[in-house]
Design a protein around this ligand. Structure first.
Ligand code: ADP
Ligand code: MG
Length: 403
């Protein structure tokens, strides 16, 4: 069934109406400062279009993982300030999610005003497994927008979550996909339905267990699966190699063995790694063969020989999906693998390949390494959501928009 879009809503008219937008404003913070505003920037077009059309805007969003109660550390205050700057207008921040302050402020909104609710995860009902509990929060959100309100789902990074402000609220209000959600889905659809060959997927990052399902789902469909980052060591261990004190998920070794047996010709693992004596920016480091990781040392990046081999297969690809950095790019000495692979993907894109970067840290790596964002075909704002889409899972926050 067709999903209604932002244009449908704008066509129906929003002037004087209160519109609730679920956005993904979950940006990384360091000492209270936003280190990468990517998700705020990506959310701006939908929000701007609505306020410029005269809507009274209420924005729901989360930040980090507070434990279902207010925690100043996870306040959206820095996000409200940045959003105001990006939208070029005043953004009020409610002192609560759906409490007295949010209600009073929502009643006082006039056309073109923006109200950001406080971190929706301060309310334990947001992430409750109990549908009735989530329904109560959703109903409270509906109360804020009033009778002729509508809901715009634009938080692509959370559409794989069955949560009150993502899923339940859509059942109670006329609902529309925002521009960001629509764009992301279009890109992912292209990756799944019309991927031109060769199709290469590059996976890295820190959690194997999270990404094994993706490997399982994608290995039969792609020509090349490059594995680097912290997750490669469980695969190296599955090959019987010793990985020193590198990141290792022992409970996953057998699964990795099985994947290597079935998809050994598709999976590419690093042949050398940069090992360090500790997890630190100033650690001592050296490059060793993948079979020669010394005891007590940890692999924090893939080595130059691996980069060269990975670059060779990526250079020939016509479709590339990349999720997860190849090393601890946050430390300069362990950023070369990520940079090399990113540059290879950029090279392929320059030769006409369709390339997509998914994952918060991968997108942050692109920006931190000073690579041009538009050198890739698309940089996704959602890591988990894009992976689950590619796995072929149903995303509750998308399917609810279809009904
Ligand atoms: P994304 O957000 O792009 O999906 P992940 O969250 O899975 O990526 O992983 C990102 C993190 O993985 C980065 O913070 C990076 O430092 C870390 N990482 C990459 N390689 C290694 C490694 N060899 N050892 C430990 N951590 C690593
Ligand atoms: Mg991440």
């Amino acid at each position: 069934m067709a999903v209604q879009t932002l244009n449908d809503l704008l066509g129906a008219g929003v002037e004087g109406r209160t519109i609730l937008v679920r956005a993904d404003l979950n940006v990384p913070l360091k000492d209270g400062e936003i280190t990468d505003p990517g998700r705020i920037l990506a959310s701006a077009p939908t929000l701007s279009a609505l306020v410029e059309a005269g809507a009274k805007l209420i924005v729901a969003a989360h930040l980090g993982r507070p434990k279902g109660e207010p925690d100043p550390q996870f306040s959206l205050a820095p996000v409200a300030a940045k959003l105001a700057e990006v939208l070029g207008r005043n953004v009020q921040l409610a002192g609560d999610v759906v409490g007295q302050d949010a209600l009073a402020r929502s009643e006082g909104l006039t056309d073109g005003d923006v109200l950001l609710l406080e971190n929706v995860r301060f309310d334990p009902r947001e992430t409750s497994k109990d549908e009735a509990e989530r329904g109560k929060l959703a109903a409270a959100l509906v109360e804020l927008v009033g009778d002729d309100g509508a809901f715009v789902s634009d938080g692509f990074g959370v559409v794989h979550r069955k949560q009150a402000s993502v899923y339940d609220v859509a059942k109670l209000l006329p609902h529309y996909a925002g521009n960001l959600v629509a764009t992301e889905v279009e890109v992912l659809r292209k990756l799944t339905a019309e991927s031109e060959r060769p199709y290469a997927v590059v996976l890295g990052g820190s959690k194997v267990s999270d990404k094994l399902a993706v490997i399982e789902a994608l290995a039969p469909k792609v020509d090349t699966l490059v594995i680097g980052g912290g997750m490669c060591f469980t695969f190296l261990a599955a090959q019987g190699l010793s990985v020193g004190s590198s990141l290792l998920e022992e409970s996953m070794i057998d699964t990795c063995k099985d994947l290597l047996e079935r998809f050994g010709d598709v999976i590419h693992l690093p042949v050398d790694v940069v090992v360090a004596d500790k997890f630190a920016a100033d650690a001592e480091f050296r490059t060793v063969g993948a079979a020669e990781i010394p005891d007590g040392w940890m692999g924090l990046d893939i080595g130059p020989e691996s980069v060269e081999r990975f670059a060779a297969v990526l250079g020939a690809a016509k479709t590339v999906f990349w999720n997860g950095p190849m090393g601890v790019f946050e430390f300069d000495n362990f950023a070369d693998g990520t940079r090399g692979v990113a540059e290879a993907i950029i090279g392929a894109t320059g030769k006409g390949a369709f390339s997509v970067v998914g994952g918060g840290d991968s997108a942050a790596a692109v920006r931190k390494l000073g690579l041009a964002e538009d050198a890739f075909s698309h940089i996704s704002t959602g890591g988990g959501a894009s992976l689950e889409y590619l796995e072929g899972k149903e995303l509750p926050g998308l399917s609810v928009l279809e009904a």
